[in-house]
Every structure is written in structure tokens, then in C-alpha cells.
Design a protein around this ligand. Structure first.
Ligand SMILES: [Zn+2]
Length: 230
């Protein structure tokens, strides 16, 4: 199993590690700083340097439960080789900011989330919601929360604790990762937002750019899509 360093430190930009396995799609490493596609957040891109050769990582995702760094050509690569990882930090940091803003949106609209997506300078959540909220109100509230400079904390609870508190699960379309006995939790401020999440987040809400505009689309009687543009 790859040790997923980004879970505890989302700010790692470079790291030395070793190839543990080669699959047709790319490389599996002992440790990684690359986030694999999931929960609406795209997988990381960047590069891997072996000796003096630099190879582009065109994506990161789980394949058969293994975290694979996707590369175009695996010819000549060997297991146990030392590699240096370089994350495309600007791209990832943009996703971290948008991702964290969606947690703030969850706190403004305390209803079940049915879907979501994180893009570059843009993010959206779909809510189980009948009437459209006022978009100017959402815009003002989210920018207020960004300005408050709340800290984001990573912690964990047991599977049992989550079973006993099912209201903690906000996103119906993304199941919290079970199996290890522990569920990763993300908390913003003392009581702004608290929910299971495996994604990457900023440390402080003030790192998020102000939301420039909010768009709300009707996606069905009980489904409203809220899009944040930065
Ligand atoms: Zn999250």
C-alpha cells in the first residue's frame, strides 16, 4: 500500500521515494504526495525524476485499489528505482482552495449534497433543495466566512462513531472511505463545518480567493446546483 502523505500534509510539493510496482498505466510508489482523482477533485499532475530523466505524470488515480501515477511510457523503468516527485503545485493549490470553499458552502446550506465537482477557479455542489436560495446572499455569506480566517483541522473518528452519527455525512454521492476502522474528518473553525472527507484543503480560509459570482441552476424539483466562480 502506498503511504499517502498528502492526507496529513497537503502542502508537500516535492518528495523522494521508490518505485514499488509498475503497471501498464504507470507507477505505484512507496509514498506519494499526489492526490488521486476522487470525491469530485481531479487527480494530481506533475513529474517524476529518475536519475536525470524527467517523466510527466499526466494524472493520478486508483486502479484496482492501487494509487497509480499515470505516465505515457513505462519502458525502461524498474521496480525499486529511486525517484523524485514534483507536484504541479499551482494546479493543486487552486483545487485545494475551491475544495475548501465547497465545505463553506455546505455550512451555508445545511442540506444533503447529491453531487459536486471541483475545477480550476470554479466549483459546484448539488443540493437536495426545493427552492432556489438567493445567490447574492450565498455570495456575501461565503466571502464573509473566507475573510474570517478560520483554521481547517484534520482528525478522525471510528467507523462506529460515524454509524452512530449519520448526520455527519453531508455528501450522499461520495461514501466515506471505510475499511481501516478510521474515517478522516475535516473541521473548519469550531463549528462551521465538520464532515468526513478524503480531499486536500487549505490551512486557513483566508487563503481562498473571494468568490466573484454565484450561479444557481434548477436540476429537478428537489435538486439545485450552486456554482461558485472565483
Ligand atoms: Zn473536503
Amino acid at each position: 500500500m502506498t503511504i499517502e502523505l498528502f492526507r496529513n500534509d497537503s502542502y508537500l510539493k516535492e518528495h523522494n521515494t521508490i518505485i514499488s510496482e509498475i503497471v501498464p498505466e504507470g507507477l505505484i510508489l512507496n509514498e506519494t504526495i499526489f492526490y488521486p482523482e476522487g470525491g469530485g477533485q481531479p487527480g494530481d499532475e506533475g513529474s517524476i525524476t529518475i536519475d536525470n530523466q524527467t517523466i510527466n505524470v499526466i494524472g493520478t488515480r486508483y486502479i484496482d485499489n492501487k494509487l497509480v501515477h499515470l505516465i505515457e511510457n513505462i519502458d525502461g523503468l524498474k521496480k525499486d528505482e529511486k525517484v523524485r516527485l514534483n507536484l504541479n503545485w499551482n494546479r493543486r493549490y487552486s483545487y485545494m482552495k475551491v475544495h475548501t470553499s465547497l465545505h463553506l458552502l455546505c455550512s451555508i446550506i445545511p442540506l444533503p449534497v447529491t453531487g459536486g465537482s471541483i475545477g480550476d477557479g470554479r466549483g459546484r455542489l448539488d443540493f437536495d433543495l426545493e427552492s432556489k436560495p438567493d445567490k447574492e446572499e450565498v455570495l456575501n455569506k461565503i466571502n464573509e466566512l473566507i475573510d474570517k480566517d478560520y483554521s481547517i483541522y484534520i482528525s478522525s473518528i471510528t467507523d462506529k462513531e460515524l454509524d452512530e452519527n449519520p448526520e455527519l455525512v453531508r455528501t450522499m454521492s461520495v461514501k466515506p472511505p471505510r475499511g481501516s476502522g478510521q474515517i478522516r474528518m475535516i473541521k473548519i473553525g469550531d463549528d462551521i463545518d465538520f464532515q468526513p472527507c478524503g480531499g486536500t484543503h487549505v490551512d486557513k480560509t483566508s487563503e481562498i480567493n473571494h468568490v466573484k459570482s454565484v450561479k444557481i441552476e434548477n436540476k429537478g424539483k428537489m435538486n439545485k446546483r450552486i456554482i461558485l466562480n472565483f
